[in-house]
Design a protein around this ligand. Structure first.
Ligand code: AGP
Length: 365
């Protein structure tokens, strides 16, 4: 067991640290930066992508948050309506021509019963289906027309970490591929996105090199009553994912909010013992988010922010830096949240790799 953890005390920390490698695997052989092309080797029928009317993503938990991130990328690059639904809530409505709706099941394990049920309903109603999974030969790959593998490598910790990063990255490639095919993404824009994706492993490594600062922050705030995570746009699913990690492994009360929603209710919960963690990066409306954070600080809340230098952040209690990688900067910010959750849980002596009441894959509906 110790050997398998490669010197780390927990699989989760090992898997967080594996991200530069797993992201390289995800990208390997799939991008041509100079030409601005991405190719996931999916055999869509001739003309299918051009005639596509809608993309629906179905998923649970962390995969659902990855899908929320991806839907924004799909809308941005592929000029197609993209919706996301929690798999257990999903029912397919594909209108008169269901085949023109592509339904994507996003599932690390490929065995999640809710997601399998959702994709079965979509396929049964005539939609075209695609699996985005980490697991070769998993059940989901037998339910769908096509499969794409995120290539993150085995993930043992119950808390998903490296697979979130690889899911978003794979779906970003799909968004580029579809956008190029549909003519909605110019080669120069695609090139810039692919450059940023190629920069991910290095950027994540820079965050990992700052782990001591995260540990210091975790020590400062480990006794908090609750943790609030806020973000906008691409920062919003990352806020939700950050909160889920803390809930799962630290058993602390944590909530993710769209930053603009704080003032519509949750602000009433803010005290000096509720740290607010925020994503303050470009393309995530950092100025407005910072205003929301300042409102929380006025109510004594400590503020921890992940920034790429686009806003003035002197007022933060703890500032964590990420390089600017365009659309995927919040994905890099997420690594700070993973480390934060890990250390808060570790300081409390939690059973990090096998949290109480949870299973790695949930095979009941
Ligand atoms: C993530 O940390 C959780 N353990 C959980 O939310 C998980 O993402 C969810 O159960 C979906 O799993 P899947 O990706 O294997 O379908």
């Amino acid at each position: 067991d110790a050997a398998e953890k490669g010197g780390y005390e927990h699989y989760m920390r090992k898997e967080i640290h594996e991200q530069p490698t797993s992201l390289r695997q995800t990208l390997s052989g799939r991008i041509d930066v100079e030409r601005g092309d991405a190719d996931l080797d999916v055999a869509f029928p001739q003309g299918y992508l051009e005639s596509l009317q809608e993309i629906q993503l179905v998923a649970c938990g962390t995969s659902y948050y990855a899908s929320q991130y991806a839907a924004r990328l799909l809308e941005e690059f592929a000029d197609v309506r993209a919706t996301v639904e929690i798999a257990s809530e999903y029912s397919f409505d594909g209108g008169r021509d269901p085949w023109r709706t592509l339904v994507i099941a996003v599932t690390q394990s490929g065995e999640t019963a809710d997601t399998l049920g959702a994709i079965r309903r979509a396929g049964g109603a005539g939609a075209r289906t695609l699996a985005v999974t980490n697991t070769l030969g998993s059940s989901v790959t037998r339910e769908t027309e096509d499969s794409v593998f995120i290539r993150a490598g085995p993930e043992i910790g119950v808390a998903a970490t490296k697979t979130f990063a690889s899911q978003v990255t794979t779906l970003a490639l799909l968004a580029v591929e579809i956008g190029r095919q549909r003519g909605s993404l110019a080669a120069t824009d695609a090139r810039a996105v692919l450059e940023d994706l190629r920069g991910l492993p290095g950027a994540v490594q820079q965050v990992l090199d700052e782990e001591d600062r995260v540990l210091e922050g975790a020590k400062r705030f480990a006794d908090a009553d609750a943790f609030f995570f806020v973000g906008r746009q691409f920062g919003y699913p990352v806020a939700l994912e950050g909160a889920l990690k803390l809930k799962e492994i630290a058993y602390d009360h944590a909530e993710g909010f769209a930053a603009g929603e704080l003032k519509h209710g949750p602000l009433a919960l803010i005290t000096g013992d509720t740290p607010v963690l925020s994503v303050l990066t470009e393309r995530s409306r950092p100025d407005e988010t910072l205003n929301n954070v300042t409102e929380a600080q006025t109510r004594e809340a400590p503020a921890i922010g992940v920034t790429d230098g686009t806003v003035e952040t002197d007022s933060l209690d703890l500032e964590l830096e990420v390089p600017d990688l365009g659309y995927v900067t919040p994905l890099v910010a997420n690594v700070y949240f993973q480390l934060f959750a890990y250390h808060i849980a570790d300081l409390q002596g939690r059973s990090i790799d096998k949290p109480r009441n949870l299973a790695k894959s949930v095979t009941v509906e």
